[in-house]
Ligand binder design. Sequence first.
Ligand SMILES: *Cc1c(COP(=O)(O)O)cnc(C)c1O
Length: 469
Amino acid sequence: MDSKPQVNTDPRRSIPSVHRLADQVCSHESGISPWAATEGARRVVERARSGLSENVAAEECLAESPEEWVERAVAEARNLSRPRPQRVVNATGVVLHTNLGRARMAKGAAAAAAEAAADYSDLELDLDSGERGDRLQGVGERLSLLSGSPAAFVCNNCAAAVLLALNTLASGREVIVSRGELVEIGGSFRVPEIMRRAGVRLVEVGSTNRTHPGDYEEAIGPETALLLKVHRSNFEVRGFVAEVDLGSLVEIGARHGVPVMEDLGSASLVDLAPHGFPEESYAPARLALGPDLICFSGDKLMGGPQAGLVLGRPEVVQAMRSNPLARALRADKMTLAALDWTLCALLEGRGTEALPLLRQLLAAPESIEVRARALCGKLAAGLPAQAASLEVQKERVPVGGGSLPGFELESWAVVIRAECGPQVLAARLRAAPVPVLARVREGAVWIDLRTVEPEETSIVYAALSRAFH
Ligand SMILES: *Cc1c(COP(=O)(O)O)cnc(C)c1O
């Protein structure tokens, strides 16, 4: 061991002080506020120090020049300053992209939410009498008009609606579910766990692939409080399969005096079956089969804000409202305002034009192809010729968001094979001022125009130009 003091060669000495680095960040870039400059500088310094203390090679930990220290801290500070969540362009073609915020909401609905937030409103006031009002009366009436349901309730999201319904209808008692429907929706929403948290006892019947009416009948006993059907939102079972349809379950429930609930997950108040979508996605048709309660998300196939829409018998809905948990799970005023706007658009018959979600779901492949060809032509003229090859291709995309398993839409994409490779190109697109999210497949980047609104094409074009220059 060398015993001479090595003060002069200690690599830590070349790490700048947080204070000085933060000052340099501020003078380098006037838009960055001091908190972000300080925290950015602190993180850069801390990372270098901890790298050295863990014996990572000095070249890897240290910047090569004073300018590089500042660049690192500026990048960190910029990252800290940007809004989160930040706006991105969804060029994946997947309309309900969970990682990208699921459904897009209409600008009008968003404006209604913003107004409810920024101004006072009659949220819980009856303007005629001046007395206390009901925050759910407006959306409740509109939901009833649209669905034919005698009563409605709105939770914060569908998971909350399921939790509240189970706790209200079956606390301390048994709920019967088919083994083929004990699903995990994602984000750790698992039916058996939700049941435990709701304080109900799960009784599984049937097998993974086959459940028969007799399985429910045999399991029903004095402790049975509810028969629950859960939509298999994100997977299919094929082959030797059998399930009990909702109508039959309602009939079994009626015979034994046990209520029936369906967690549809996603459903629409516009009948999408004429457009080729599965029939079970039309909420009023499910309700007409006679369950006591159905619940589904306000965004997935509805096109409104994320919410848990509950439709069903008045006594059941009233019991849910009176549950002390309802206060913790109900929708807030911004959600209600956005939902109200959405329901009005549907009542006026404007859903398929006014709601971007329905527009995107129902967009004709031909119109998407036209837009893909236009973007491709513009790129061919504007990008350096040797940097990439471009073509327009048909593809099939899932709807996403755990909504319609096995169901795909025909769509069109600009397929870009870049010299830099697809991962590098995709990363550059994510680093654009408005990040563009595209799919990487078959060694290429696919820009699917189904989820890119016409006014967003210029953003995609700008991100691609930037990526190649
Ligand atoms: C999506 C889904 C949920 C959860 O809906 P959120 O609005 O995300 O809470 C619950 N059940 C089913 C069957 C679903 O598909």
